[in-house]
Design a protein around this ligand. Structure first.
Ligand code: ASP
Length: 335
């Protein structure tokens, strides 16, 4: 049976495009041969001719920055803009830099829990480059954002005609157009021509968090074999509000660094994540000094299925909202 064009049924749909910067909004080489931020939401929408046939489109410029420059307050500004847009009943597309899209998509899954679709998209190649991917990504993301099938699916990310659950996405290549992955799970749907197809739905909603202001300092310490006590002590001597330790395996530290980590965990939340990229931190399997049973017994908090970057954003939001250690533990227990 031929598929009727979804455009026809969604003519009156409303779409709000929130632009925040990134390569998708860059063009024109600088004297050094690099890209500079040029395009707002209206330019982006105007550059994709078929977009205007899909829906009534409104563009709102929220930020115009490379995404590695975003502060926690910037990410919260994107969340607030998305919340306000969702309250109008429109579908929402957020154009964003690819570099830290995973942190923003994850943060919005904690901060904005609405039925209306909120869809991030981006580009690896700017509009004036051969094989620019921004226009196709924006068109596909817009189709997803106005599709009734996308409602209630939480934060989504659309790139290369794939639909990903926002909380699972990671940037996995530094320059190729196909730069996003949500492995080990994979995309939950795709866009084929004008059709939006979902094969899977996110199993549950992440906990809802609020931003309380400020910018809690939460470094990530990536550990390999032989994590040095001095490295932990140097961080502990600084003005940090929390720490995420990205540990080998299921959450295993060199034994020698454990007293320093445990001492720090008496003062501030110390969360440990698995650096493997899949699975989760264990709780009851390894009972040697530095094993996860030892770390948990000494007050460190397992990140469970969150990777270190997502654990960091979660801890920053919790600390911004004055969460105590018990509240931090309770939230991490939900992942
Ligand atoms: N530097 C860009 C950013 O803002 C990279 C990109 O968008 O691909 O993340």
């Amino acid at each position: 049976m031929p598929h009727r064009d979804a455009d026809a049924s969604s003519k009156r749909a409303r779409l709000i495009i929130l632009s925040t910067g990134g390569t998708i909004a860059m063009t024109t080489e600088t004297a050094q041969g690099g890209a500079a931020m040029k395009l707002g939401a209206a330019n982006l929408a105007g550059a994709v001719p078929r977009l205007a046939d899909l829906a009534e489109i409104e563009g709102r410029d929220v930020l115009a920055k490379p995404s590695a420059d975003f502060t926690l307050a910037d990410i919260v500004a994107i969340a607030d803009a998305a919340q306000a847009a969702a309250e109008t009943g429109a579908g929402i597309v957020i154009t964003h830099g690819t570099d830290t899209l995973e942190e923003s998509a994850f943060a919005l899954s904690l901060l904005v829990q609405v039925e209306m679709p909120i869809v991030f998209t981006a580009a690896m190649r700017r509009p004036d480059q051969p094989s620019a991917d921004g226009p196709a990504n924006l068109l596909a993301a817009s189709r997803v954002a106005i599709s009734p099938a996308s409602r209630g699916k939480g934060i989504l990310v659309v790139a290369d005609d794939e639909i990903h659950a926002g909380p699972l996405i990671r940037k996995v290549h530094s320059f190729r157009p196909h730069a996003f992955s949500s492995l080990p799970f994979g995309p939950i749907g795709y866009v084929a021509e004008e059709r939006v197809r979902f094969a899977l739905a996110p199993a549950s909603r992440p906990p809802g968090l609020a931003y309380g202001g400020g910018a809690p300092v939460v470094p990530i310490l990536e550990a390999g074999p032989g994590l040095e006590t001095q490295t932990v002590e140097a961080l502990a001597a600084g003005a940090i509000d929390g720490l995420v330790v990205n540990l080998p395996g299921a959450g295993h530290s060199a034994a020698g660094a454990v007293p320093a980590l445990a001492g720090l965990a008496e003062r501030i939340p110390v969360v440990f994540a698995s650096r493997t990229g899949a699975g989760e931190t264990l709780r009851g399997s390894y009972d040697y000094p530095g094993g996860e049973i030892d770390l948990i017994g000494r007050g460190l908090i397992p990140a469970n299925a969150l990777d270190a970057r997502k654990a960091r954003i979660t801890l920053q939001l919790l600390l911004s909202d004055q969460a105590d250690l018990g509240q931090v533990r309770t939230v991490f227990d939900r992942f």
